[in-house]
Design a protein around this ligand. Sequence first.
Ligand code: ATP
Length: 338
Amino acid sequence: MSSMDIGIDLGTTTVIIYCKDEGAVLSEPSVVAVKRKTEEVVAVGEEAYKMLGKAPDRLEVIKPMSDGVISDYSATEVMIKFFLQKVFGGSILKPRVCLCVPSQITGVESRAVVDSAVSAGARKVYLIEEPVAAALGAGLDITHPNGTMIVDVGGGTTDIAVLSLNGIVTKHSIKVAGNKLDDMIIKHMKDFHSLLIGEQTARQIKTEVGCAYPREDDKEVLVRGRNLLTGLPQQITVGWKEIYGAIKDPIDEIVHAAQQVIERTPPELVGDVFENGMVLTGGGSLLHGLDTLLTEKTRIQARIADDPIHCVARGTSMAFDYLDKLYDGFVDTGIKMK
Ligand SMILES: Nc1ncnc2c1ncn2[C@@H]1O[C@H](COP(=O)(O)OP(=O)(O)OP(=O)(O)O)[C@@H](O)[C@H]1O
């Protein structure tokens, strides 16, 4: 690869490595598979994800950051090193790396992540806060004294912020996002149909018929699982209305978090946001009707960014162009020197 500046979105669901000139050079699930007895790593990323729910007892498939915090340090470290090696392992020049870590992780955990990147060969590591990266990646101009609002709905966390003058003015982060919706679908299928389904099936149901706002179609999906009463395989058809009801509570929490951010934002900036609208990023923003619901409940026009899944990663790769500005004495730049 030509560029020696790379951006990494260390997401709870997906890790994306992005180069400004080349786009996404790696996109793999945040999953590691290890042998239980020896703790030897057998697969990382895509290969490990395929083993989820299907691995024999001797293997443990770990999602080291599933709740938006680092639950398994060493697996996180292995994963970062593996992905960095995969992308620039053969290169003699050491890259500068700009990293976006889940917003709920602590300073100590961030430090561990930075150290992993350094030991994987990074020359210099910068950390950037998720809403700043999302805004840059969505093409928003955050350098002016003009408020912009970002709602980043990822897998583990939803990060909401109002930005102005290169910094975050108001922010709120909740541990409710796309993966929580999957959990609710699994619970619903169990409680109402006595049907046990796995995570991958739940995710498929969510993307095919899930919605945050009533749909105008009759969408249905065929669901396969194991009946808890008979212990036998079963398939049933489920319509969107059922899933809409099952995921309503976590969606309401996301809407409530957005309302809270607006309530805490200085009035002049609320005026800007009202005029500019809010921008949705992250994979979870693709849930059918989430933009419509947010617009209705906040009275601020919500629009989904272009290619929302890559916004944070693209933003991390763009941050190198903003280092001067972001370091230039503005409060809360979101970027810290290692
Ligand atoms: N079309 C879709 N409809 C609904 N949800 C979707 C769609 N595509 C992806 N998702 C969901 O988006 C989430 C992943 O989003 P993303 O890759 O932005 O998260 P992440 O960066 O890994 O997580 P975080 O920001 O919490 O660290 C998953 O829950 C996934 O199921």
